[in-house]
Design a protein around this ligand. Structure first.
Ligand SMILES: Nc1nc2c(ncn2[C@@H]2O[C@H](COP(=O)(O)OP(=O)(O)OP(=O)(O)O)[C@@H](O)[C@H]2O)c(=O)[nH]1
Ligand SMILES: [Mg+2]
Length: 353
């Protein structure tokens, strides 16, 4: 699962990237023109509980790949912005919106920034549509499939020209498949991360709040309020200090955890867990994935030789206390290949190759 961080210049993208991936990229200077990738661990308290039960050699959280790209420059771009190419292939986008006064003392104008970015990604999609239309029309023969695609592209063109996102269009599964190859940015799940300073985080008030909340509702985009720089300071504290700081701030979970939860929810993702003396681990799958496919996440051999999945819900296991007791209480089920996996399932796949 790949997630792209986009936003206007100096909105705090690299700060969020550092926070999520525990990287230490310098954010003090302008003009960083390259994109970078890193892995973010998905916080999951269930792993620590399982680790205390199994004392494994290794604990491996679910991982999301995060891509940090250079910021969108105001007024400098004519034509599609080059940096958007670096996020063309991601599964989801996080738009980091500056709602704190910049280090140059400029007031934030998050609504304008949001509108600019929406316009920019819309134009980028429009450019793709037009190129494809031109290519089909320039071809020697226009087949029936081409005709259908041209009609569809015309529809997309209208939506984009009206300043709407393509995900507002209800598409048939077939058309969705047809379009998936284009990697349209406005068809990707998106989340708006409102990046504020400590004062606004505490008060819950930030510039343009009601206008942006209305925009988000209309476009069906979730908002996550976060104080990026502050979160990074919190992350560097030791456990006891961190707890106290968070209590004082009135939050139960770190920004990273809240962001991961929002992404999971919005992207329709769940985690299943495997536990043993070697490793305790969380695996990311799409909601609706069946047991046999989930087994393939671990290894293609396990998928191919799939026999049964031994499944216990994490909550049941925790309540029983140990796997043995869970078994005695009949909480461990044997499921077949078509079983729909649930978030927090602790699984042991039986297979034969
Ligand atoms: N007050 C405050 N400052 C922040 C916050 N997040 C980032 N900054 C500061 O804003 C400046 C830019 O942060 P970056 O994380 O480099 O922003 P960016 O979006 O990656 O910038 P470019 O890649 O140059 O577009 C730095 O000086 C950060 O310390 C925040 O939540 N609050
Ligand atoms: Mg940056």
């Amino acid at each position: 699962m790949d997630i792209g961080l986009i936003g206007v210049q100096r909105s705090g993208k690299t700060t969020i990237f550092n926070l999520l991936t525990h990287a230490q990229v310098d954010t003090s200077r302008f003009g960083k023109a390259e994109s970078r990738r890193g892995w973010a661990a998905v916080p999951d308290e269930r792993l620590s509980w399982l680790a205390s039960l199994y004392h494994p050699k290794k604990v491996t959280p679910a991982q999301l790949q995060v891509i940090d790209v250079p910021g969108l420059a105001h007024g400098e771009s004519d034509g599609p912005n080059r940096f958007l190419n670096d996020v063309r292939l991601v599964d989801a986008l996080i738009h980091v919106v500056r709602a704190f006064p910049s280090d140059l003392g400029e007031d934030p104008h998050p609504r304008v920034d949001l509108e600019d970015m929406e316009l920019e990604i819309g134009l980028s999609d429009l450019d793709l549509v037009e190129k494809r239309q031109a290519r089909i029309k320039a071809g020697k023969k226009v087949t029936a499939e081409h005709k259908h695609e041209l009609e569809l592209l015309e529809q997309l063109h209208q939506v984009l020209e009206a300043g709407e996102r393509l995900d507002q269009l209800s598409l048939s599964d077939e058309d969705r498949r047809l379009l998936s190859g284009y990697q349209f940015l406005t068809l990707k799940p998106m989340l708006w991360l409102i990046n504020v300073d400590e004062k606004n985080f505490r008060s819950g008030q930030w510039p343009d709040r009601s206008a942006i909340e209305a925009m988000a509702r209309q476009k069906n985009i979730p908002l996550v309020l976060m104080a990026g720089a502050l979160e990074q300071e919190i992350q560097e504290l030791d456990d006891a200090d961190r707890e106290e700081f968070m209590r004082d701030l009135g939050v139960q979970e770190t920004g990273t955890a809240r962001l991961a939860q929002a992404s999971y929810q919005h992207l329709g993702l769940i985690s299943f867990l495997t536990a043993g003396e070697d490793e305790v681990r969380a695996w990311t799958i799409a909601n609706g994935t069946v047991a046999k496919e989930a087994a393939g996440k671990i290894h293609s051999d396990i998928e191919r030789g799939f026999i049964r999945a031994e499944v216990v819900a994490f909550a049941d296991l925790k309540q029983a206390g140990t796997m043995l007791k869970a078994r005695e209480q009949g909480l461990v089920r044997l499921e077949g290949k078509d079983y729909r996996m649930q978030d927090g399932d602790v699984v042991n796949f039986r297979f034969n190759v």
